[in-house]
Every structure is written in C-alpha cells, then in structure tokens.
Design a protein around this ligand. Structure first.
Ligand SMILES: *Cc1c(COP(=O)(O)O)cnc(C)c1O
Length: 417
C-alpha cells in the first residue's frame, strides 16, 4: 500500500496518541462479549434454534429465544427482534405508535429528533397516518447552548397529557454531543420525579455496545434500534429490535403485526442464524468501529479540523462528526471514504434527495448490507455548516484505510491543510 509520507506521519502520530483509548475499548469489548455469551448460555442456544419458520411461524422457538436473549443482554423484561422491521425509522415508529393514543403528547427532551422521524411525528391532520394525524400531539425541548438538557423548560413542558418522553442517545445529523447512558439515567430520574407514570422511550440507534450499560438498565421503559447498525453485527440482513417493559413491548408487537396477534407469529424467513450470530459478533465489531472513529478524530484534530467527539472524549455511539468549511470539502471526504470500500469502490457518490430527509444527502456506503452503517460509511446532508458524519468499519484496518483514502482525495484536490 502506497501512502503519502505526510499522511503516514499523521496516522502514526494519531495512533500513538490513542493507545490508551484503544486499551479502554478492548476492555469494553471483553465486558460486552461476555455479557452476550452469558445470555446465549442462559437460554441454552442450540443449533436447532437457527432453523427458520415459514407461513405463520407459530411456535418458532428460535424467534422466541432470540427475543429472550436480547432482553437479557439489555437487562429488560421483554424484546421484539424481527427481520420484518424495514429500518430503524420503522422500528421507532412502531414503538411510538404502540404506546401512544389519541390525545396523548410525545415530548422529545433532547432537541430535534433524527430527520426521518419528522414524518412520523407529522404536522396536523395531514392524511399520512402520522402521529399528528391520529391526534397525538408533539413537543420538543431544545438543548441548551452547552448541549445539556434544558431542565426548567422540560419541567414546564411536561404537561398532564404527556404520555411519552423521547430521548435520542446519538447525535444523528447534529453537532450536539451524544448522551451517555449515565446522562440518560439522569434525564429519566428527572422526568419520573415530575410524572412517575410517563413512558420514557430512547432511540438507541448507534449506541448499542459502545458502553457497558444500555438505557434499559438505567430506567428507560422502551428502546429501539436498527439491526443494520450495531446489534446486527454486520451480518443481520435487515430488521430492528424493541426492548423494555413487557407491557410496552407487547403493545409495540400489536402494532407491528395486529392486535391480539403480536409477537406470537412471524416467520423468520431464514434470518434467525444471522440475527443470533450478528448479536454474538456485535460487541467486537462495535469496538472495531469505535476504534476507527477515535482514529479519525485524532487524525483530523491534528490537521486542525473541528471534530465531535474529540478523540479523548467519552463515547456513547459510533458517529464521528467532522466539520468542514465548504461543501466541496465535505464531498471530497465522503467520496474518499467510498474509495476504500471492498464493494462498489468504483462508484462515486453524489448528493441526492432521499426519502425522509429534508436536504440532499451524500452517502458513502460500499457495504455488504445495503445501507448497513456498522460497516464503514459516511454521510452528510448538504447544509451549512458542512459537517460529515462517518461511522462504522467491520475491521479497524478498513476504517483506517477509509481515513487514508479521504485524506488522499482531499490532497489530490489541494484542500488538505
Ligand atoms: C439511523 C438512525 C435512525 C433511523 O434509522 P434508519 O434505519 O435510517 O431508518 C433513527 N435515529 C437515529 C439516531 C439514527 O442514527
């Protein structure tokens, strides 16, 4: 591999700076790997659980045990893990529609949620079947300048009709910090002290296995995430999971299938083995991806770019945000990441309108699973200030190579400082 000496020197220095961080990440992988194996052992996962079901999928023991193993890993009462969820957005929507009823209010306390959720929330009687269309109102409390929750405003907005509190763990396409599980626990204690019966929902996308605890272990009632992100371990072909209190998981299951049917049916269509194996691999692969993000932060910080989180910061998700001054820089960066792919490296990504997103989005995704973002990927809505979000990497070496290619691409366009 030919690497420009300047780029190699930056990378070497970055790896020296992050040695200690890597040790911490390796310990985290050990902890989470053992947690997952213990859950498999508790439910005596066996080869016969991997054979799928067809038709209604009645008595699919593999599906039932998969739910139990997930609940155990997340320290929750119940779980619903299904390939039938088409995306993270669908999974989150199912959880919210499952527990909200006409007249209720959903209150997000971590600012504007992820772009694709805006259509679920809806605007008035829009005929789309959004929450608003069903008379479920919505409020959101912006974060303070410092990135912390606005406690006074949360207390003011937490009205008697507030049924669900929404918390987004990851920054999404936002410059704010992601919230650690400890910070989420603090938010939960705060809102429950005001209204003990409120249901706390956490969008856990990108967060799984980046810490030793999950939001369900600090009081979250219901959480959801995507299987083509962290917990799918790079090999789940599609799907999502919902976990938390049994009564709320059941309501979500009624929404996914039909009232009275819930999670008792649903053929797994041959995905069961990869959902189990993906969960088994997830702690390790998440660790690889986190190492890649820390490396990218260290490299771009040395070059004088603003990063979030910084390489020394505590992490609670996979996402590495890097801020550029021009759209061209952003595009050169994202296209560089694509050049390091094993799949579709010959394709040049361009900004494009995407369903559910408000601005054109450019995405580098040379992935085995379409859109799978535990795999190395980078994306950015084309809007000011120009911020690229990179995440994933099934191997640390791939993430590192992605950073090399991004730097080379910027260098060839004379925009590397
Ligand atoms: C990815 C993501 C979603 C939505 O997931 P999709 O699979 O893209 O629909 C929701 N919230 C956050 C924070 C995410 O990162």
């Amino acid at each position: 591999m030919q690497v420009h000496p300047k780029i190699q020197a930056i990378a070497d220095e970055a790896e020296r700076l992050i040695e200690g961080r890597f040790k911490e990440i390796e310990r985290l992988i050990d902890t989470n790997q053992w947690k997952v194996i213990e859950a498999f052992q508790k439910y005596k996962v066996s080869d016969y659980h991997f054979s799928g079901s067809t038709g209604y999928g009645y008595n699919d023991r593999g599906r039932e045990v998969l739910d139990l193993v997930y609940a155990e890993v997340f320290g929750a009462e119940a779980a619903l893990v299904r390939p039938h969820f088409v995306s993270g957005t669908h999974t989150i929507g199912t959880a919210l529609f499952g527990v909200l009823r006409p007249g209720d209010k959903l209150l997000y306390i971590t600012g504007r949620p992820y772009d694709t959720l805006h259509n679920i929330i809806g605007r008035g009687k829009d005929g789309s079947g959004s929450l608003a269309d069903f008379d479920i109102s919505y409020g959101e409390v912006a974060l303070q300048e410092s990135g912390t929750p606005d406690w006074d405003e949360i207390a003011r907005c937490l009205t008697p009709d507030t049924r669900v509190i929404g918390i987004q763990r990851s920054r999404g396409y936002d410059w704010r910090s992601s919230f650690t599980v400890e910070q989420i626990g603090e938010m939960i204690r705060f809102v429950k002290a005001i209204k003990p019966d409120v249901i706390v929902f956490v969008d856990n996308c990108y967060g799984e296995f980046t810490e030793a605890l999950e939001p369900t272990q600090v009081g979250a009632d219901l959480i959801a995430g995507s299987l083509i992100k962290n917990p799918g371990g790079g090999i789940a072909p599609s799907g999502g999971y919902i976990t938390g209190k049994a009564e709320f998981v059941e309501k979500a299951a009624y929404r996914l299938t039909a009232p009275g049917i819930g999670g008792e049916v649903g053929a797994m269509l041959g995905t069961t083995r990869s959902l189990f194996q993906g969960l088994f691999l997830a702690p390790h692969l998440v660790g690889q991806a986190v190492k890649g993000s820390v490396f990218a932060a260290a490299v771009f910080e040395q070059l004088g770019f603003e990063t979030r989180p910084r390489y020394l910061d505590v992490r609670t998700d996979l996402i590495q945000a890097i801020r550029f001054t021009e759209a061209e820089h952003l595009i050169a960066f994202v296209q560089g990441i694509q050049k390091a792919s094993a799949v579709d490296a010959h394709v040049v990504p361009e900004p494009w309108a995407m369903p559910g997103y408000d601005d054109p989005v450019i995405m580098a995704a040379g992935t085995f699973i379409q859109g799978g973002s535990l795999e190395l990927s980078a994306d950015a809505p084309i809007r000011k200030p120009y911020t690229a979000y990179m995440q994933g990497g099934l191997t640390y070496s791939h993430a590192k190579l992605g950073v090399f290619k991004a730097l080379e691409n910027m260098q060839s366009r004379n925009i590397l400082p």
